[in-house]
Design a protein around this ligand. Structure first.
Ligand SMILES: Cc1ncc(COP(=O)(O)O)c(C=O)c1O
Length: 425
């Protein structure tokens, strides 16, 4: 244990890591003149140095070409969103026509629900997790009401069955079987934001679809964090954001996946001109013919300045590849876990599952003594330049992001907790 707790160990692991050079591609925030140990990639990823050039390219084109920027090379704005299509598809394991970058996560969730939540008197219900991210709850509840149904009976919230607030697959299976004939939709997270638990998308989708329900996912904490094979998993739709592990900036343009089997669906949708079939879009006719695939759910011409940083981050993911990143992520999180279990277990209890396939980068840590001590530790860490994030009532989330975090960062966190503990017994 003491060896793991030594700077020599952390330094040698960093020096021999095949992905060690990636950190230099990011702006690392400073704290009192030295680099912060930044563990908030699950909230807002750091800025890739390449993002500025992408944004400046758009500003320059706007300055020089104005409206003609829509057509002028390089990177004309008219097909600009198509520049991110293929790398995005590779990132989430989808066919290019199954993904689109547009809007924000909650807006995309509503657009998906309009098409894929079609409740009937016999089948009105949605199954979701209790304790979901509030925006998902608001979206689902408002959709249930919008269709004239009652959230008290038709928005079913499954309580976690495991001690740490996590779910066993058996509990999910039982709930889907129990409510099956009444289920119109199952909406589940890819990685749960509070506990960091990762789920088996294909298994959940199979169970839901076997009951005749649609299955969609919120992948906010999964994209850029765990390996995804959205097409093969057979899920119906997914939505996510790009400002967390995908490092595309605050409020970045979000993502959306619609499985190929729905590419030419006649389901109702809320339409806009950018979803209209491309070859006839500029005839400006009133009839709407959707572009096949995910593009057909677009509403407006995209915010080019918002899409620009996404190009820079997707280039990094494409170059490194999720398998290598995920392997490094597992190494860093395992190191964090061994330091906590080996040395800090009186102070921190890990709520995230132990098995690597049941979690992503993040460990959610409950501080012994509850809210007051938890908050005190969180603030002490911030004062030491170690930034995690806080989730009420007593959870500190620490997410070593494999693109820029290091063993040295992880050790710095553990040592800071150790120092705090020594003075706050
Ligand atoms: C799991 C989850 N779902 C939904 C959202 C809402 O995202 P947005 O504000 O981009 O709609 C967030 C934001 O952090 C989130 O973490």
């Amino acid at each position: 244990m003491t060896e793991l707790f030594s700077e020599n160990y952390a330094r040698s692991q960093d020096a021999s890591d095949p992905l060690r050079t990636l950190r230099a591609e990011f702006h690392i925030p400073l704290h009192g003149g030295t680099e912060q140990a930044y563990f908030c990639g699950n909230s807002l990823g750091l800025q890739p140095k390449g993002a500025r050039a992408m944004v400046e390219e758009v500003l320059d084109k706007w300055a020089h070409d104005a409206v003609e920027g829509h057509f002028r090379e390089p990177a004309p704005w008219m097909p600009y969103h198509a520049l991110v299509r293929e790398p995005l598809a590779r990132l989430v394991g989808a066919h290019p026509t199954e993904v689109v970058a547009m809007n924000s996560l909650t807006a995309n969730l509503h657009l998906m629900l309009v098409s894929f939540y079609r409740p009937t008197r016999e089948r009105p219900a949605i199954l979701m997790e209790a304790g979901a991210f509030p925006s998902d709850h608001h979206a689902l509840e408002s959709q249930v009401r919008f269709h004239g149904f009652d959230p008290d009976t038709d928005l079913i919230e499954l309580q976690p069955d495991e001690a740490d607030g996590t779910f066993s697959m058996a509990a999910i299976e039982r709930a889907i079987a129990e409510h099956g004939p009444r289920l119109a939709l199952v909406l589940w997270p890819g990685v749960q934001y509070r506990t960091g638990q990762a789920f088996d998308l294909a298994a959940i989708a199979q169970l839901a679809q076997a009951q005749g329900a649609i299955c969609g996912f919120d992948l906010a904490h999964a994209v850029g964090n765990i390996e995804l094979s959205l097409h093969d998993s057979g899920i119906d739709f997914a939505v996510w954001c790009h400002y967390k592990y995908v490092n595309s900036g605050p409020g970045a343009v979000a993502g959306c996946f619609v499985h190929e089997r729905h590419a030419r669906t006649s389901r109702p949708r809320f339409a806009g001109w950018w979803g209209h079939e491309q070859t006839t879009r500029f005839r400006m006719a009133p009839e709407f013919t959707p572009t096949p695939g995910a593009d057909g759910w677009q509403l407006s011409n995209p915010p080019i300045l918002g899409l620009a940083p996404l190009r820079a981050s997707l280039e990094q993911f494409d170059r490194v590849g999720m398998p290598a990143l995920r392997a490094r992520s597992e190494r860093l999180t395992a190191y964090l876990e061994s330091l906590i279990r080996g040395q800090l277990s009186e102070t921190l209890q890990i709520a995230t599952p132990r098995q690597p396939e049941r979690r992503g980068a993040q460990l959610s840590l409950r501080v012994a003594g509850g809210h007051v001590r938890g908050r005190a530790l969180f603030e002490y860490l911030a004062g030491e330049g170690v930034l995690g994030d806080w989730r009420e009532p007593d959870v500190i989330r620490i997410s070593p992001a494999p693109l820029y975090n290091t063993y040295a960062d992880v050790l710095r966190f553990a040592r800071a907790v150790d120092a705090w503990r020594a003075h706050n017994r």
